[in-house]
Ligand binder design. Structure first.
Ligand SMILES: NC(=O)c1ccc[n+]([C@@H]2O[C@H](COP(=O)([O-])OP(=O)(O)OC[C@H]3O[C@@H](n4cnc5c(N)ncnc54)[C@H](OP(=O)(O)O)[C@@H]3O)[C@@H](O)[C@H]2O)c1
Length: 330
């Protein structure tokens, strides 16, 4: 198998093409031929800094895997082999899932991954495999943000900060077209305003034209404010909330962000996505039903993972970046 990996956890270590022995599944494991890999900011953050890098690095020292270090969570592809105890999946199934560093697994920047059955779900034929590969982290995060703390329903008013980004695009569409929110506002730059409206936002607040939170206040209060940017003051976000509203901090992995959850009246909540099969399924269903459309801004071959990280790190990506493995697409 081929991975894009680094020889150690040293910060900024380049990702290079490495050939490893092709794995066989354990008793309750599934081997997946990977076709597409969604790129997320956490991927490049894990190469340089942040709490997930610290956790993954510490865990790998104790339980493995040994280097090369392979990052990446999202993948979609076709089941190649299953262990004897696996039920519900068979070779040839199209699947999507998320690698899990806490289960001693390598990441998804590879042409093959080995995971447990609860980490994947089947992809209907109507959903292209590269679209499926974009769902795990960003789609699940958006869905959890809108359902875990203050569940969004037909009476809800929702504000999404960073509405043009990977998580933001899912959040706008899921809030409006899946959960049926009464009002969805999107904060983005003017150049992305038309797109965010197309995704279902009732109103767009251009952060390049003034104080977007102040502009959004006129259409509040909000039951859920999804923060996919992390630079807007949390106190100002909380001011826009209804009495039971939640400020869900998707972005913000620094200590000062985490401290916000302890500020009375405890309306700021931190979220950490769990991109497993059960959490991916409702997002996948929404895509299959045509309620959620995935805007893929860049498709790059797996060996251009570094270029994908440079694009993601620019903070300007509209929608998703996907890495494709050079094999026939499903
Ligand atoms: N907690 C979790 O489990 C979890 C899961 C997924 C992501 N995250 C984090 O959430 C953040 C967002 O992730 P992502 O995948 O959505 O990132 P992304 O796709 O890279 O976000 C880029 C988008 O953000 C927009 N943006 C940048 N500054 C903005 C501002 N001040 N106001 C409004 N929009 C702005 C950009 O549009 P313009 O070019 O127009 O500015 C661009 O479209 C990252 O920090 C990521 O690490 C956390």
């Amino acid at each position: 198998m081929i991975v894009m990996g680094s020889s150690s956890w040293k910060a900024g270590e380049p990702m290079v093409r490495i050939e490893l022995p092709t794995p066989a599944p354990g008793k309750n494991q599934v081997v997946v031929d990977v076709h597409a890999i969604g790129v997320n900011p956490v991927d490049w953050k894990m190469r340089t800094a942040g709490p997930l890098r610290v956790a993954a690095r510490a865990l790998s020292a104790v339980q493995g895997p040994k280097p090369p270090v392979v990052i990446g969570v999202d993948f979609a592809g076709v089941v190649a082999a299953v262990g004897p105890q696996v039920q519900g999946f068979a070779p040839g199934d199209r699947v999507v899932g998320g690698c899990n560093f806490s289960r001693a697994q390598r990441g998804s920047y590879a042409d093959t991954v080995v995971v447990f059955p609860d980490q994947i779900c089947k992809v209907p034929d109507s959903v292209p495999i590269d679209v499926a590969g974009c769902l795990p982290v960003a789609g699940v995060t958006a869905h959890m943000a809108l359902t875990d703390y203050q569940p969004v329903g037909p009476a809800s008013r929702v504000l999404v900060l960073g509405a043009s980004g990977g998580v933001g695009q899912f959040a706008v569409q899921i809030a409006k077209r899946v959960l049926g929110a009464a009002f969805v506002g999107g904060v983005c730059s003017g150049k992305n305003a038309a797109l965010v409206r197309e995704l279902g936002a009732d109103e767009v607040f251009d952060y390049t034209a003034g104080d977007a939170l102040q502009a959004a206040a006129a259409r509040g209060p909000y039951d859920v404010l999804v923060d996919g940017v992390g630079t807007y003051p949390a106190a100002n976000c909380r001011k826009l909330l209804s009495a039971c509203g939640a400020h869900v901090m998707v972005a913000g992995d620094k200590a000062e962000h985490m401290l916000q959850i302890a500020v009375p009246p405890f309306r700021s909540k931190a979220i950490l996505a769990t991109p497993d099969g059960a959490h991916i399924a409702p997002v996948l269903q929404a895509v299959a039903e045509g309620k959620v459309v995935v805007h893929i801004a860049h498709r790059l071959p797996l060996h251009q993972a570094q270029q994908a990280h440079d694009l993601s790190q620019s903070g300007r990506v509209v929608g998703k970046i996907v890495l494709v493995v050079d094999r026939p697409q499903g």
